[in-house]
Design a protein around this ligand. Structure first.
Ligand SMILES: [Zn+2]
Length: 491
């Protein structure tokens, strides 16, 4: 009895020590995803509703921040646009977050403006517990849109055509100088480096897109883990834990090869625990508005876990267990279609990628056949099992037709009869249309042979019947079922 009660006391002492030593200042509970979803719904910034916006859209949103934020102009871009920092909080633990150093990577910028609204929310909205944990423990500094010149053109690089993420050391760009100075002046404990990645990243070994990818960047060639990097890894584990509840299997980890010119790697080296977040693709969310919500949720969750030191419960092993990214997605993957090279019939898979072009607020799609042959290691955002189907080349409509006379009913009739391209008057070149056919101007006669690196315009047939037309990478079903409209250029 005596000895067992001694053991009981010992166990209680150990439990007390292990909990008592955890430097948790507030609640140890993580934030339930549904609560974060509610917060997003309530505080989403309605002024931003698509991915392509310039400094003129965010300038009034920065100017209207209330007394809770201190706004500072850190410098100007090459073309003279301001780069601003917004500072929030009364705590001592410093966190720096910067977005859009690549001008066409705006997902996190949208989420930061949602977060600013949240931080200014009223105390009786049910989220004050989270907000006060952030305000009391943290000093947050945000730099939304580090590359406003790139954002203006929705282009990656700055106006000097330099990739800012290769300018951490050379310091040739005013934007790169601003970011390094912001880090050196503020000396944050944590840094969030917010980017977008292309649509073709999947989670290794699966058909699922890497909707969010993380990295705690290496600070040396040997990719060692010190205390600074280890803390970044642990914060990532918390964000992954949250995401697995809402987008299971859609989180990847970036390759951690050391890049001596990049900001993330250097900021880690300079002593700030640095977290890279890359927003990728989500099925049916080309405008990335759901991914914006996910950014809001994970950044808020991570800040809360830093504020409460809850992140310290996670392990490096849990970070290492996050699957790697791969790059095996196509926009459209057609499997096992029969085709012919002269008399020689064979089967092939066809991988199609669609790039975007921008005209004012419109996104135009331009498809290309990216790969051809055995593509069994690839996956598609959309996949067609073409077993039993044949590839058929389309024809060009024999007459020039005025653009006004082309409508979707007429075009669908043309598609049914075997025509995939039609000429129109010369002066329409460079205009846009939403018809599911290739419209070109006289003299620009297209090549409709479906082969590698050619434009994807062809039919899939079965028993001599045209089932589907692939038009610029988009699938048009001849029965009209589920066809979506999309913008194309008149060539
Ligand atoms: Zn980037």
């Amino acid at each position: 009895m005596k000895s067992s009660s001694g053991i009981s006391v010992l166990i209680i002492v150990i439990l007390f020590l292990s909990y008592g030593c955890q430097p948790v200042k507030n609640s140890t509970d993580s934030i339930p995803p549904a609560l974060l979803e509610d917060a997003y719904a309530q505080y989403k910034a309605p002024e931003i509703d698509n991915r392509r916006f310039g400094y003129d859209v965010i300038a009034p949103l920065i100017a209207r921040r209330k007394a809770m934020f201190e706004t500072t102009e850190l410098g100007k871009s090459v073309e003279g646009r301001p780069i601003n920092a917004l500072t929030y909080g009364e705590g001592t633990r410093k966190v720096l977050l910067w977005s859009q150093m690549h001008g066409n990577e705006s997902t996190a910028t949208m989420a930061l403006f949602d977060l600013f609204n949240f931080l200014e929310g009223s105390a009786d909205d049910g989220f004050e517990g989270i907000r006060s944990a952030l305000r009391e423990n943290l000093l947050l500094r945000f730099i939304p849109m580090l590359n406003p010149d790139g954002a203006e053109k929705f282009a990656r690089r700055n106006a000097q055509q330099i990739d800012l993420n290769r300018d951490a050391v050379r310091q040739s760009t005013p934007e790169g100088i601003v970011l390094k100075a912001a880090r050196d002046d503020f000396e944050p404990e944590f840094g969030f480096n917010l980017h977008d990645q292309n649509r073709y990243y999947n989670v290794d070994g699966t058909a699922l897109p890497a909707t969010i990818s993380f990295l705690a960047p290496a600070y040396n060639e040997a990719r060692e883990v010190n205390e600074v990097r280890s803390k970044a890894m642990k914060v990532i584990v918390g964000m992954n834990h949250l995401l697995q509840q809402v987008i299971p299997g859609q989180v990847g980890k970036y390759d951690d090869s050391f890049e001596p010119r990049a900001f993330g790697d250097n900021i880690q080296k300079w002593g700030t625990s640095t977290i890279l977040i890359e927003s990728g693709a989500y099925f049916g969310d080309r405008e990335k508005q759901y991914i914006r919500q996910l950014n809001f949720m994970i950044v808020l969750n991570a800040l809360y876990e830093i504020a409460t030191e809850r992140y310290t419960q996670y392990t490096e092993e849990a970070y290492q267990a996050i699957p790697e990214n791969d790059s095996k997605l196509m926009d459209l993957l057609i499997n096992n279609v029969e085709t012919a090279d002269g008399d020689n019939k064979y089967r092939t898979d066809i991988g199609i990628k669609s790039s975007e072009q921008y005209l004012d607020s419109l996104i135009l799609m331009k498809g290309s056949i990216a790969d051809w042959g055995d593509l069994s290691v690839y996956y598609g955002h959309e996949e067609i099992d073409a077993e039993g189907m044949s590839l058929e080349k389309g024809e060009i409509w024999p007459e020039v037709i005025p653009l006004e006379q082309l409508d979707s009913a007429k075009v669908l009739q043309m598609l049914k009869e075997g025509y995939l391209a039609v000429a129109t008057d010369k002066h329409h070149q460079g205009k846009v249309h939403q018809l599911p056919i290739l419209v070109y101007t006289e003299g620009n006669t297209p090549d409709l042979n479906p082969t590698l690196e050619q434009r994807p315009f062809f039919y899939l047939t079965a028993n001599g019947k045209r089932l589907m037309a692939v038009i610029n990478g988009n699938v048009i079903r001849m029965d009209g079922h589920k066809n979506e409209s999309f913008w194309q250029l008149i060539e």
